[in-house]
Design a protein around this ligand. Structure first.
Ligand code: ATP
Length: 650
């Protein structure tokens, strides 16, 4: 009789004569009837570990032999192994708790920052207003001392009343009232001042981060995303803001009160005090592990939130494309992917909090039981009085709760420190050389432009050369057009001329001077530039035209520029004329281009660069756009076969 091994479910195998059966699921109803054999196998919607049904299996009337029993044993062992593995997987420290950063693109991978370093950095930001912190700490100490004294006088009052010591009772009550008032006032002052310190910290942090980001090289913005950076400014700074107002404040308060309670406990009864101390040390150890985990998860949450923001920001800004192509579900899916990752980490965070709470409550109640047990025995032995034991229990509760608060706030502090890492790393970026170097200013910009043997590749794509040994001269008063296929590098020439990027080789000269040695702010003030897709700021049209103009301009100047750009008429046709609020979505492409041209002309530039600036205009409108003032016009226009760059001399 030959037998075939058939797979029931890995890792279980079952030898049945000339029969092959397979089980596909642990749960489904599986019914096997083999025509020629008497094998009948019922597994009625139960997990496949019902030994009795397996043991009763027979093949062709013969009972299952030893070999099969061995298989069953393996089956049982397999389940046991799986359970053990499962339990190991979910127990604290198991694989389930691992925080995976898969898919999180950390362009700038933040260096870990210790709590002390983070606090030092925060102190530097707030040091200017140190009086707020010092006063807050003074109030904190007074409040903590008052609060910690209350249980002592409370118990003393009760026992004084019980033993009819009226004078002592009155004195204790008076002290209690004083302590309550002091604790109340000081807690209020403490809360308010730490809140103010918090506000100052976040404001300075955002200010400093924003100003650092604004001064970065353009290549920095090629590698960072808008969603990511706004997330650093928004949620990361907000997370850090909890440090002063919440975490530090409460940690210090509880450290003070906890220490006071501990000293008091040791004075009352050393053995009992040491017993409570041991509980607190155990709690602190768990707290440190928990705090580390929270820091790690907070860092990851910041990264994932930034990635989710990027996706949402991209979809909102490209809403028209999303709608036309009907990709709402696809976008929702992209966003949901990050939300699921976020939920996974938050779930682990909550589970960790649960483990921490469980440890705390178990230890807390055990300490209470031990205190009552040992305290009761001490009373019976005449070592302490009932009043002392009452005080002891009140203070041991206080100590344990202080440890709990410290643990909770320390974990929150760790989360804030985790979130601060990337913020500090970005704040440490040095500004672009263009803002630090002192360049020279020429008496007048004549407008001779020379590209000498210029080669260039974008920093984000070093392997793709865009310009190679490019030579190019424009004399003052010339109009020059550069023609080239799409992607051939015309806008790149403009980018180099505006010094948004530095050539990798060769040099650019303006009126015979090296561009990199000129004061770049002075040079840019003399340039009017209209890009391929001009963007408008969310402000009124008049302010959009005035944007970036360093000289004083009147409404007449603005209207003059608008007329030159053939924009005046359409602006007047809008409900509020020049005061109409616009943004990138509220005007047509051609209208935006005309406003951008007006903006460039209002500066009265020596050099005007138009990079396909009229590509969205109809032929008639383009004809009416008058660019007479500037000395030079660099213009890129679009035709069917190529793009054209023009350079004009007056
Ligand atoms: N910020 C950037 N980072 C990396 N590569 C870039 C960047 N900007 C442009 N490029 C690449 O540089 C090359 C030249 O681009 P450029 O915009 O100068 O072309 P163009 O001639 O102005 O094209 P078009 O007429 O289509 O506007 C292209 O291959 C483009 O993909």
């Amino acid at each position: 009789m030959s037998s075939t091994l058939c797979n029931l479910h890995p890792p279980f195998t079952f030898p049945i004569q000339q029969t092959r059966i397979s089980l596909k699921s642990h749960y489904r109803i599986d019914l096997f009837r083999h025509k020629n054999s008497q094998l009948q196998f019922f597994n009625s919607n139960r997990r496949f570990h019902h030994h009795s049904s397996i043991k009763s299996v027979s093949v062709n009337g013969y009972p299952v032999k030893k070999e099969e029993e061995g298989s069953l044993k393996r089956y049982e062992e397999g389940w046991l192994k799986k359970w053990v593995e499962f339990v190991r997987y979910i127990l604290p420290g198991g694989e389930w708790w691992r925080l995976s950063n898969e898919g999180v693109d950390g362009v700038i991978v933040a260096k870990p920052v210790t709590v002390l370093v983070a606090l030092k950095r925060m102190w530097e930001l707030i040091a200017q207003d140190r009086w707020v912190i010092f006063t807050a700490f003074a109030a904190l100490i007074l409040a903590a001392l008052s609060e910690i004294s209350i249980p002592h006088y409370l118990t003393a009052s009760i026992f004084a009343a019980q033993s009819s010591k009226i004078a002592v009772f009155h004195q204790n009550v008076r002290l209690l009232v004083l302590l309550c008032i002091t604790a109340g006032i000081c807690s209020g002052v403490r809360g308010a001042l730490f809140g103010i310190a918090n506000m100052i910290l976040v404001k300075r942090m955002r200010e400093q981060l924003y100003s650092t980001l604004l001064l970065q090289d353009i290549s920095f913005f090629d590698s960072e995303t808008v969603g990511g950076l706004t997330s650093r400014l928004g949620s990361d700074c907000q997370q850090v803001s909890r440090v002063m107002g919440n975490d530090l404040n409460l940690i210090f308060r509880n450290v003070l009160q906890g220490t006071g309670a501990l000293v008091y406990l040791l004075i009352l009864s050393r053995p009992l005090g040491l017993c409570i101390l041991a509980t607190c040390v155990t709690l602190s150890t768990i707290m440190v592990i928990y705090g580390r985990y929270q820091k790690q998860s907070a860092k990851l949450i910041q990264e994932i939130t930034a990635s989710a923001n990027e996706v949402a920001q991209e979809a909102f800004s490209l809403m028209r494309t999303v709608r036309v192509y009907g990709t709402e579900q696809q976008e929702l899916g992209r966003y949901r992917k990050w939300l699921e990752k976020l939920a996974g980490i938050s779930l682990r965070q909550s589970a960790a909090h649960g483990v921490w709470s469980f440890s705390f409550h178990t230890l807390y109640h055990s300490a209470q039981v031990i205190a009552v047990l040992m305290g009761g025995m001490s009373i019976l032995a005449g070592h302490i009085t009932a009043e002392q034991l009452t005080k002891f229990i009140l203070y041991s509760e206080w100590l344990i709760y202080s440890t709990w608060w410290i643990g909770d706030n320390l974990s929150s502090l760790m989360q804030s420190v985790g979130a601060s890492e990337k913020v500090f790393q970005l704040m440490d970026l040095s500004p672009s050389d263009q803002f630090t170097a002192k360049g020279s200013k020429l008496q007048r910009l004549m407008g001779r432009i020379e590209f000498r043997d210029v080669s260039f590749h974008y920093p984000s794509r070093p392997e793709v050369p865009v310009l190679q040994h490019f030579d190019f001269v424009v004399c003052p008063g010339e109009v020059v057009a550069i023609a080239g296929l799409s992607g051939s590098g015309k806008s790149t020439v403009v980018n180099l001329l505006l010094r948004l990027y530095e050539p990798t080789n060769g040099e650019i000269l303006i009126d015979g001077y090296l561009l990199k040695e000129l004061d770049i702010k002075w040079f840019r003030e003399r340039i009017g530039y209209v890009g391929q897709e001009p963007r408008l700021f969310r402000m009124d049209i008049g302010s959009n035209i005035r944007y970036g103009c360093s000289r004083d301009v009147s409404q007449r100047d603005v209207e003059w520029a608008a007329k030159q750009a053939f924009a005046h008429d359409f602006i007047l046709s809008l409900p509020n004329g020049y005061q109409t609020l616009v943004d990138d979505d509220l005007l047509s492409g051609g209208q935006k281009q005309r406003i951008a041209i007006a903006r460039a002309l209002l500066r009265d530039p020596s050099l005007l660069i138009l990079d396909e600036a009229t590509s969205a205009l109809d032929a008639e409108s383009e004809h009416y756009v008058k660019v007479e003032k500037p000395n030079i016009l660099v213009k890129t226009v679009h035709n069917l076969y190529s793009n054209l760059l023009l350079l004009h001399c007056k």
